[in-house]
Write a protein that binds this ligand. Sequence first.
Ligand SMILES: *[C@@H]1O[C@H](CO)[C@@H](O)[C@H](O)[C@H]1NC(C)=O
Ligand SMILES: *[C@@H]1O[C@H](CO)[C@@H](O)[C@H](O)[C@H]1NC(C)=O
Ligand SMILES: *[C@@H]1O[C@H](CO)[C@@H](O)[C@H](O)[C@H]1NC(C)=O
Ligand SMILES: *[C@@H]1O[C@H](CO)[C@@H](O)[C@H](O)[C@H]1NC(C)=O
Ligand SMILES: *[C@@H]1O[C@H](CO)[C@@H](O)[C@H](O)[C@H]1NC(C)=O
Ligand SMILES: *[C@@H]1O[C@H](CO)[C@@H](O)[C@H](O)[C@H]1NC(C)=O
Ligand SMILES: *[C@@H]1O[C@H](CO)[C@@H](O)[C@H](O)[C@H]1NC(C)=O
Ligand SMILES: *[C@@H]1O[C@H](CO)[C@@H](O)[C@H](O)[C@H]1NC(C)=O
Ligand SMILES: *[C@@H]1O[C@H](CO)[C@@H](O)[C@H](O)[C@H]1NC(C)=O
Ligand SMILES: *[C@@H]1O[C@H](CO)[C@@H](O)[C@H](O)[C@H]1NC(C)=O
Ligand SMILES: *[C@@H]1O[C@H](CO)[C@@H](O)[C@H](O)[C@H]1NC(C)=O
Length: 412
Amino acid sequence: MYRYAALVLSLALGIAFQLSHGTEVNVTDKDNNLCLYANLMVNFSVSYDTTDNKSATTEFELPETVTSDGSKCDTSSSLLKINFGEGHSWSVNFTVNGKMYQTDTITFSYNLGDTKFFPKASTNETANVYVKPHITDVGMDTCYSCKSKEVIEADSVNQTLWNVLIQAFVSNNITSENITSCAADVPTTPVAPTTHATSTAAPITNATIIVPTTTTPTPPLPTPTTGKYHFKPNENSTVCLMAYFGLRVAYKQAEMNFDPNGTTISGSCGDNTSELVVVSNTMTIMLTFVHDTKKFRLHALNITGKTSAGVTFSEVNTNLSLWEAAVGSSYMCNKEQSYNITSQLTIDTFDLQVQPFGVKNGVFSTAHECSLDDTSILIPIIVGAALAGLILIVVIAYVIGRRKTYVGYQTL
Ligand SMILES: *[C@@H]1O[C@H](CO)[C@@H](O)[C@H](O)[C@H]1NC(C)=O
Ligand SMILES: *[C@@H]1O[C@H](CO)[C@@H](O)[C@H](O)[C@H]1NC(C)=O
Ligand SMILES: *[C@@H]1O[C@H](CO)[C@@H](O)[C@H](O)[C@H]1NC(C)=O
Ligand SMILES: *[C@@H]1O[C@H](CO)[C@@H](O)[C@H](O)[C@H]1NC(C)=O
Ligand SMILES: *[C@@H]1O[C@H](CO)[C@@H](O)[C@H](O)[C@H]1NC(C)=O
Ligand SMILES: *[C@@H]1O[C@H](CO)[C@@H](O)[C@H](O)[C@H]1NC(C)=O
Ligand SMILES: *[C@@H]1O[C@H](CO)[C@@H](O)[C@H](O)[C@H]1NC(C)=O
Ligand SMILES: *[C@@H]1O[C@H](CO)[C@@H](O)[C@H](O)[C@H]1NC(C)=O
Ligand SMILES: *[C@@H]1O[C@H](CO)[C@@H](O)[C@H](O)[C@H]1NC(C)=O
Ligand SMILES: *[C@@H]1O[C@H](CO)[C@@H](O)[C@H](O)[C@H]1NC(C)=O
Ligand SMILES: *[C@@H]1O[C@H](CO)[C@@H](O)[C@H](O)[C@H]1NC(C)=O
């Protein structure tokens, strides 16, 4: 089902599937007319650094299943972009030059984070190489054809192109029957026929590593790191308050993870009130716990800080009743929990465990688990399963009972 949907989507995006050899791509313009056609084979040989400081060389072919997203056609310039695998792309641009057209640059982008092609690569980065192919002076309204191999070398990448058939600036929605052949295909002087023309074009620039773009509008935040906060009033006393949690704070539209690394903690442990203050570079969090009768709860939360955009905020709620558990035990909730603290501020907690009163030997006492955790969800399932089993037994017993009576009557 998913595969089918992906196929349909791919087709809708203008992907070409190839029946014979080579990678075939049809690019259409905004009026859905064919404007760029390519059928070619490319082998890549890439050397890269591995985690154990070695250099490895990997070889792979341009696969037959590719997408052409990002390709575009214009009257005087066009771009063929072939995307494949885990974030790799091979693109070539074409420009019109009088009655001819030509290619200027091949850009090959390869994602070193793809462990299939680049096992044990030392980085995740996407590398780009730019080379200049020998595809010039192709007559307008003709296909460029080159069956011979062309090896194009750059610093750490060799690209071998062969069986290339490309037409840019296609008119009338159909590829031309007229061919412009590459020099290597044209038999000129009687050279030994076995020597493949491997014209080596000079790379126009050296390989440059580009860092993956970080300008995506809302990158999903990773799960925040769990902070482990142990508070003791002075160095000679024992730990009296413990709180472990990963925290995400959302103020208006801005979300940020609280970084426990490098925080300083302070607080107080009283008979009826305990307080924990955690200060990081960007935020100050004040948790006030109270206990009346036999239970404790988080009563107040004061979060002041600055969003990554530089907006400062200070949001306080002194009328909370969260994380309730018996005094002498701890409150625990491993699942992500979301709380609206004020109209502007919500917090998400991860791997939460707190004990603001009665800590003994610096460890948590038995935990009261929040209802969202697995164990409590399991109970209704177990009960339901048991009930279903019981019903089944009753039905079977009934059927057997009926059978026996029936048989009994027959023997009479
Ligand atoms: C291209 O690569 C494939 C597999 O890696 C290999 O079998 C083939 O001989 C290569 N072709 C050329 C022309 O290098
Ligand atoms: C590219 O080809 C040259 C010449 O054959 C060779 O010396 C070099 O090692 C090759 N580079 C890669 C990455 O395969
Ligand atoms: C890898 O190279 C770096 C510096 O080039 C060096 O500090 C490190 O010790 C090397 N590691 C190994 C495993 O050789
Ligand atoms: C690869 O990227 C992931 C997430 O972007 C990161 O956690 C990991 O450390 C990176 N690995 C290397 C080797 O850079
Ligand atoms: C091929 O080129 C010739 C001469 O340039 C032209 O007369 C002919 O119409 C072209 N054929 C096609 C199918 O474009
Ligand atoms: C890349 O080439 C430019 C000029 O061609 C040169 O100035 C630069 O140092 C080169 N960079 C590397 C990393 O080789
Ligand atoms: C901690 O104990 C040491 C020795 O027992 C003492 O010198 C020091 O003043 C005490 N510190 C505090 C804050 O009570
Ligand atoms: C914590 O921060 C220090 C310096 O600010 C850094 O050296 C260290 O790697 C960080 N640790 C973690 C787990 O992020
Ligand atoms: C704590 O609460 C109890 C009863 O609620 C009260 O008697 C006691 O005085 C309170 N202690 C403090 C330090 O406020
Ligand atoms: C909240 O914390 C900030 C900074 O720690 C402080 O200035 C402010 O007075 C606190 N608000 C309340 C109501 O405690
Ligand atoms: C505190 O919350 C309780 C119930 O959640 C509500 O009845 C009470 O009015 C609130 N008090 C304030 C000062 O907001």
